[in-house]
Design a protein around this ligand. Structure first.
Ligand SMILES: Nc1ncnc2c1ncn2[C@@H]1O[C@H](COP(=O)(O)OP(=O)(O)OP(=O)(O)O)[C@@H](O)[C@H]1O
Ligand SMILES: [Mg+2]
Length: 387
């Protein structure tokens, strides 16, 4: 009995010894693997820093996809591509963010976000200073704009009582310098609303890749600052007839336009955000923009007639000392096709000329000189074309 016990104990310790040997061997093995992994790790770290040190390109994020990929557009050459990103990056990236990418097109770091450009592209004025009495002529147009923009903000109950929906979007169209921006600002002033202006052409030319996102931001800012008036200047830059030429530039404009249409569709006509836009090229606009529920109130802003020109000249000469020689009626005959902006320039030029002469007051001759200068000088015609 005892003998068997001793034998058993001997066999037990043999097994234990074997197990110990085996375990020691495993430890050694693991140590070796650990060393290899550590070497690999160091190597990767070195490569990683190396990659980060290489020249980087700036790209903007167009979309963050569900599958962990990010759709980028490189700045400068406008090449577009997809790249895989880590989970942490995926969580923080937003369309419009600026990122640095390396040669292998992986994102190395985030260098800016959308809010920078939002500040740069949008002009915001809490109740602008412009009032209706600074606008000459355009009486009917002003009344139409007030009905469509101001009253829904200031007297919503009337619309509710009568049971009529105010128009969704108001489009002002007319030649450059006829007072479209001025009207939009004045109506914002009158309604005590925040005026948020965004220029369509800046949006598509300066903020390539960010257009759609900026439109989204524009409307969320408008909701934040309500009551507010969103004013999209140069709507034709985003809303031109679709070209289908397949270039990425037009695809980008398309996306921006789609976003604008989507934002407008999601808007309540009765809400305290009103949407206005202006264009010189209504003939070029995509018909989708002019459908009911989009820009459904279209107001033409004409060139000023003689009576309106008289008012405009008076407005812009208001602060100047005028000599008794000044004959407004004669000026009206000389300014047949002049816009409000031309007339403003004429008053300024006449004033400058009087200053140059070191005179006490502006004479009719100063005004006539200014008419010729403003209306004939090629340089001025050129700037008008590009405004
Ligand atoms: N009806 C007007 N009454 C008084 N001033 C005017 C009028 N129209 C234009 N002006 C003057 O011309 C300037 C330019 O007008 P505004 O910016 O409103 O033109 P616009 O129609 O928006 O032109 P654009 O299409 O080039 O944007 C105004 O700042 C204003 O001084
Ligand atoms: Mg304007």
């Amino acid at each position: 009995m005892d003998e068997t016990a001793v034998n058993n104990a001997g066999a037990g310790s043999d097994i234990l010894k074997l197990q110990l040997q085996e375990l020691t061997a495993q430890v050694l093995d693991l140590k070796m693997k650990l060393e290899t992994l550590q070497r690999e790790n160091n190597q990767l770290r070195r490569e990683n820093t190396q990659l980060k040190r290489m020249p980087l390109f700036v790209a903007s994020v167009i979309d963050v996809l569900e599958n962990g990929e990010v759709y980028l557009r490189q700045q400068g050459n406008n090449q577009e591509y997809l790249t895989q990103v880590s989970e942490e990056l995926h969580a923080v990236l937003k369309p419009g963010a600026k990122v640095a990418v390396n040669n292998a097109l992986s994102i190395v770091k985030v260098i800016g976000n959308i809010y920078d450009s939002r500040v740069r592209v949008m002009e915001l004025e809490e109740s602008p200073e412009v009032t209706f009495d600074k606008i000459g002529g355009l009486k009917n147009e002003i009344e139409e704009v007030r009905e469509a923009v101001e009253y829904p903000l200031t007297k919503p109950e009337i619309f509710r009582k009568i049971g009529v929906e105010p128009p969704k979007g108001i489009l002002l169209y007319g030649s450059p310098g006829t007072g479209k921006t001025l009207m939009a600002k004045a109506v914002a002033h009158q309604a005590h609303a925040t005026f948020i202006r965004m220029s369509g052409s800046e949006l598509v030319h300066k903020f390539i890749g960010e257009g759609a996102q900026l439109v989204r931001e524009l409307f969320s800012l408008a909701r934040e600052k309500a009551p507010s008036i969103v004013f999209i200047d140069e709507l034709d830059a985003i809303g031109s007839m679709r070209t289908h030429d397949g270039t990425s530039g037009s695809a980008e404009v398309q996306r921006t336009l789609m976003q604008l249409l989507a934002e407008m569709d999601g808007f309540d006509n009765r809400g305290d955000v009103r949407i206005m836009a202006a264009t010189n090229r209504i003939d070029m606009l995509d018909p989708a923009l002019l459908r009911p529920g989009r820009f459904d109130r279209i107001i033409g802003i004409p060139l000023p007639d003689a009576a309106a020109r008289r008012e405009i000249l008076k407005i812009h000469c208001r602060g100047m000392s005028l000599s008794r020689t000044v004959n407004i009626e004669e000026l009206l005959k000389l300014t047949d096709n002049a816009t409000g902006a031309d007339l403003q320039a004429i008053c300024r030029e006449a004033g400058m000329n009087a200053v140059r002469r070191d005179a006490d007051a502006v004479e009719q001759s100063d005004l006539i000189y200014a008419v010729h200068k403003v209306r004939r000088e090629p340089a001025i015609m050129d700037t008008r074309m590009y405004r």
